[in-house]
Design a protein around this ligand. Structure first.
Ligand SMILES: Cc1cc2nc3c(=O)[nH]c(=O)nc-3n(C[C@H](O)[C@H](O)[C@H](O)COP(=O)(O)OP(=O)(O)OC[C@H]3O[C@@H](n4cnc5c(N)ncnc54)[C@H](O)[C@@H]3O)c2cc1C
Length: 463
């Protein structure tokens, strides 16, 4: 028999780790508090529509760590990509291509974004460096706005990078780490595999759980871990309302803070607890899912860029106000997989950033503003609506048990990325962290998957 590994939580990190560990010969038990898999990347069902809990697109799809876990564990995930995946609207309007590696495409982008011709040299140098992805570590501690300013003061370039930063990290470019952005941007655009899985976002963690089970592991749903048992500085197992699961290894997908609470603060050095308490979380995303009785939006994804100055566009988050004109990220899942809705119907999801701990009233007011903007750009949407469903940071808080309703996880800001991201290993022997908050780089789900890959590589190397 292999080592007994108990994985707590079936988010992308937890389910990915369970599949990889089962494949590596561990005796795996996956404990998930909810009746469904996937955490923030779960899919839910209503009246024949299958929609994402969040508002998801996948930066590198099959070519990144999400695809790598699928391949290593013999999964059945399939991805859909489009040659022109994203329609930009608002301040400028054009189709954004999947592949921007050629000079011709880069020139097209500069023109469509409205970069002033006198700013072309700086904008192209920035673009080349972002695509090259060099100097990640030396720029981990640099704020992205400052990094962009080294190349150009062109307003549309700044607005574009700021909106992409909010899209990648749920964080304005006035806070994000330039090194982390370089890492993500270069890989996403070199890979040219931005896409969406058949079956919706939830198909990814569900497929990983399926692989873990096929490889001999077991997954137990509705089993909330109530205590991680630690004795003599070593992990011994996990307690749930249903019983105790002895373990040689416990892999926690709950984030650093909740893992400390569940294990007992007294089992960690004071500075570890202080660090866990002091880490900054990303912003939340608030979303509206639209179930439509016909096709209204003809694009795979819409990205709405406001007519605002770059430094103003996310000011409403700091001020805790309703945005004057919201930036909107709007994937259309049924334009990737029509099976996510009954025949002829369309599923559209619109989301924007909000403070992680915003009140329900503020979230609702932000979403009213998003809805008004969506109806302005697609006037037929209102008349085609069968139902809408909203989600906010409070739903994320309830799902993850985290104190903030953060979208991504720990904020990808200087001091919290690269070498400074919390490590998988904890001061408790045999207790490890996995997920968006531990030991990896990337965009949301790919960071969580990268974390699972890196953790399992470390563990299997140690054996
Ligand atoms: C609105 C929104 C939009 C997003 N958009 C994107 C996007 O476009 N692209 C992208 O890549 N990423 C996106 N993300 C981010 C991405 O979903 C997350 O970064 C990623 O899914 C986090 O995975 P994780 O492994 O950290 O686990 P989590 O999702 O945090 O899952 C943790 C799991 O642990 C379970 N759990 C908690 N406590 C217990 C307990 N005590 N016992 C047992 N189980 C427990 C939870 O039920 C959950 O299943 C978005 C997120 C949100 C919310």
């Amino acid at each position: 028999m292999g080592k007994r590994a108990v994985v707590i939580g079936s988010g992308i990190g937890g389910s990915g780790a369970a599949a990889l560990l089962a494949g590596a010969g561990y005796e795996v038990t996956l404990l998930e508090g909810r009746p469904f898999a996937g955490g923030r990347c779960a899919s839910l069902e209503k009246e024949g529509f299958r929609y994402d809990f969040g508002v998801h697109m996948f930066s590198r799809g099959d070519k990144g760590p999400l695809g790598e876990i699928n391949r290593r564990s013999g999964g059945d995930l399939r991805w859909v990509t489009h040659e022109w995946p994203c329609h930009i609207m608002g301040r400028m309007e054009f189709d954004f291509p999947l592949d921007i590696n050629s000079l011709l495409r880069q020139f097209y982008l500069a023109r469509k974004l409205g970069v002033r011709p006198r700013n072309y040299p700086g904008a192209f140098r920035l673009f080349l460096d972002l695509m090259g992805g060099k100097g990640v570590e030396e720029n981990d501690g640099v704020v992205l706005e400052y990094y962009v300013s080294r190349y150009t003061d062109d307003e549309t370039v700044h607005l574009f990078v700021n909106c992409v930063s909010q899209l990648y990290f749920a964080q304005s470019y006035r806070e994000s780490s330039a090194g982390e952005f370089l890492w993500c941007f270069s890989r996403m655009f070199k890979g040219a595999s931005f896409g969406y899985p058949v079956g919706g976002g939830g198909a990814v963690p569900e497929s990983y759980v399926g692989s873990a089970e096929r490889l001999g592991g077991r997954a137990l749903f509705g089993e909330e871990a109530t205590r991680i048992v630690v004795e003599g500085g070593r992990v011994r197992g996990v307690e749930t309302c249903a019983g105790t699961y002895p373990a040689d290894l416990v892999i926690s997908n709950l984030g650093m803070r909740n893992t400390v609470y569940l294990s007992g603060r007294e089992n960690f050095p004071e500075e570890y607890v202080e660090r866990a308490e002091g880490l900054k979380d990303s912003n939340a995303y608030v979303t509206i899912k639209y179930a439509l009785d016909r096709e209204v939006v003809p694009y795979p994804v819409v990205f709405y860029m406001p007519h605002l100055a770059p430094e103003k566009v996310f000011e409403y988050i700091e001020k805790r106000e309703v945005p004057e004109e919201p930036y909107i990220f709007m994937p259309v899942p049924t334009n990737h997989d029509p099976g996510l809705a009954p025949p002829g119907k369309q599923l559209v999801i619109a989301g924007t950033a909000a403070p992680a701990d915003a009140s329900d009233e503020l979230c609702d007011a932000i979403l009213d503003r998003v809805h008004a903007q969506v109806c302005e750009i697609f006037p037929d949407l209102e008349g085609a609506m069968l139902w809408e469903s909203r989600s906010t940071g409070a739903d994320v808080r309830e799902l993850t048990g985290h104190r903030a309703g953060e979208c991504i996880g720990l904020a990808q800001v200087p001091g919290q990325v690269g070498r400074d991201r919390p490590d998988h290993a904890t001061p408790v022997e045999g207790l490890y962290l996995v997920g968006a908050d531990a030991g990896a780089r990337g965009i949301g789900t790919e960071m969580a998957a990268g974390s699972a890959l890196a953790l399992v590589e470390t563990l299997t190397r140690q054996d």
